[in-house]
Design a protein around this ligand. Sequence first.
Ligand code: SAM
Length: 480
Amino acid sequence: MFNSKSKKAEEFISHDEILKALKYGEDNKNNKDLVLEILKKAESLKGLNYMEVSVLLFACEAGEHSELREHFFSLARKIKEDIYGKRIVMFAPLYVSNYCINGCKYCGYHTGSGIKRKKLTQEQISAETKALAEMGHKRIAIEAGEDDKNCPIDYILECMKTVYNTKSGNGEIRRINVNIAATSVENYKKLKDAGIGTYILFQETYHKPTYEKYHPSGPKSDYDYHTTAHDRAMEAGIDDVGIGVLYGLYEYKYEVIATMLHILHLEDTFGIGPHTISVPRLRAAEGVDLNKYPYIVNDEQFKIIVAALRLAVPYTGMIISTREEQHFRDEIISLGISQASGGSCTGVGGYAESLYNPCKCKEDSTAQFQVSDERSQADVAKTLLKNGFIPSFCTACYREGRTGDRFMQLAKTGDISNCCLPNAMLTLSEYALDYGDDEFKELAFNVIKKERENIAEVKVRNKFDEYLELIKAGERDFRF
Ligand code: SAM
């Protein structure tokens, strides 16, 4: 049995190994044959190792290789399309408490920030859930600051129970992911029992001296405890875990290589890597001046990061949030993103308060950071459809017990066209009928008619038709 105390973070996030990979990348950035060989390997959907990823990062960054960069981006688009088709799974964050005892310098929640502290009551959680359900969301991520007194694990468990028990018309939340601070195996077991989808925790930065600089106080200042959190979550039986770097804190190539080492560690230890990788970029927040951060990642570098991860771990979901601007978000999605948030509010209690409109986070004194994409969920979903994507509200895998390696198996055998595609279309039809305006309904059902032909097995296609008719007749929640 895996023992969480067996490996220290610095053993698997080896600084020396990262430097070695970075040197190899730098030394080979002009080695066109090697770069092409790596791209060819990526095309076969086998994934890449961290040395290969390093070469791509350096080669793509080098200015004179714009042709190569285009090849690299188009390959990322192709891989994304081969594995995920046009589907984009939608979700929204639900901020339940912004009490926090950590000193994270980049975060609006840090101790000493002038932020208004707030924690939702269960009645308020229910109101927020209703608002989210009426926006059409089926999947949320519960977010909270770290404060064992004001926001203990039992409070999070209670919130989950309230969310799962709240309905509004046909609306309900069917999957709750949880993004809370690193905790104990015992607490992860409680989250598992309460029906957690994915346990998400961002590393922020893998570079230890930078981590220590930006996390000067509070429990989160313990680099080792934070970095081994996913191990404890997996040890507790949560087999869908999500990782991520907060891009802008340290040099991005270092972070991408370290991410690869983290994935390798989880694969070696548990036989399965992370379910998702998030790619948050640093945003302005209460008391956070972006001019003081020397490693801010520009759009071009950000595209390289997303595309490199898509090539390196083709079967791992990738998540983008509303930290990114509308137009750029759409561009990034085509490079490899499989999940996107919509209509998000980073304030505590923001959904019910803003009466289901895109939240006014800029004026919200409880917000963690500023969102960039302020469109409503309905606008985000409509734009996705107009741009050729299929907004999906699917939560089937988790509810059918297809988590961890069972999900990966499904992804790797390509059986997604008989499972994810019909599920995406069934949930899109529910969304269109329950929340879409006439234009949305027309766009959605045109796409559904077209994509139906791409369901590989006749048997599944027939079942799909049957379910679709039942949905049109008012029934809900069919899945493959
Ligand atoms: N308290 C939990 C923890 O310690 O991980 C939950 C985290 S918080 C609700 C979610 C994430 O927001 C953080 O992990 C961090 O990466 C991100 N975040 C914090 N400040 C940010 C900022 N100024 N801009 C963008 N993202 C930020």
